[in-house]
Ligand binder design. Structure first.
Ligand code: FAD
Length: 199
């Protein structure tokens, strides 16, 4: 995009292995004019843009807890269906205790992530300025999604790596969850631990 005043804005689409429902772009602003009326937070926002942006992170982390929970639920459902359908040595693989054990653990971790996310949502309903609970929900539910999708992929065996089966997409979609809206170690160190220590 070129402005009459000479400013330019370039956007480059960044290809990703998963999470293709929402594309990411690298934006380059060169001498790009932005009118004062567009200042985030209006006059009170001067030199506070970063902090205003930070205020939005708690809501983003809460909805990432929700996204992670939905992904885990999808992976669990697809895996249970596959375990019923796939037969090895004359019986569905879901009849083997190891498969049942895996499904039981997947469902329990999923429930824990879901309840933590609900608890964070309730806490944010009461006070939108909180940071701790949404960060915990995002951190935990994202780890659950990575683990549950990969367990589901193992239960699918070789078909778990085929694009024909949704579980392969769920695995790559889950990988981004511990990265965006605050990369995992930063949430642990700078948001959760700092919040608990009051530093
Ligand atoms: C698919 C995708 C979509 C995205 N969508 C959005 C979006 O819509 N909006 C948006 O604003 N952002 C978005 N992001 C950006 C995302 O939030 C950041 O990539 C993420 O927060 C991590 O920041 P970074 O990439 O700058 O990593 P960095 O800060 O460079 O971190 C890299 C590594 O260094 C470590 N590190 C960094 N600082 C420290 C420190 N002080 N102490 C110890 N270790 C440290 C980190 O733990 C991490 O392991 C998206 C990213 C992806 C991948």
């Amino acid at each position: 995009m070129k402005q009459p005043t000479g400013g330019t804005l370039h956007g480059k689409a960044d290809r990703t292995p998963g999470y293709r429902g929402m594309h990411s772009f690298t934006l380059s602003f060169d001498n790009y004019f932005v009118p004062a009326a567009n200042l985030v937070g209006e006059a009170a926002g001067l030199n506070r843009g970063f902090y205003l942006q930070m205020n939005g992170f708690a809501a983003g982390r809460l909805q990432t807890g929700g996204r992670a929970t939905g992904l885990s639920q999808a992976a669990l459902e697809r895996t249970a269906e596959y375990a019923n359908d796939r037969k090895q040595f004359g019986q569905p693989i879901g009849s083997y205790q190891l498969t049942q054990y895996k499904l039981g653990r997947m469902a329990t971790h999923l429930m824990a992530g879901r309840q933590l996310t609900y608890a964070a949502a309730l806490a944010m309903d009461r006070d939108e300025s909180i940071a701790l609970e949404p960060a915990m929900a995002k951190l935990f539910a994202s780890d659950v999604a990575v683990w549950v999708t990969q367990e589901g992929q193992l239960v699918h065996g070789g078909w778990g790596y085929a694009e024909e089966f949704p579980i392969s997409r769920h695995v790559v979609d889950a990988l981004v969850l511990p990265i965006f809206e605050g990369v995992k170690p930063i949430l642990e160190l700078k948001v959760i631990a700092r919040g608990l220590l009051g530093s």
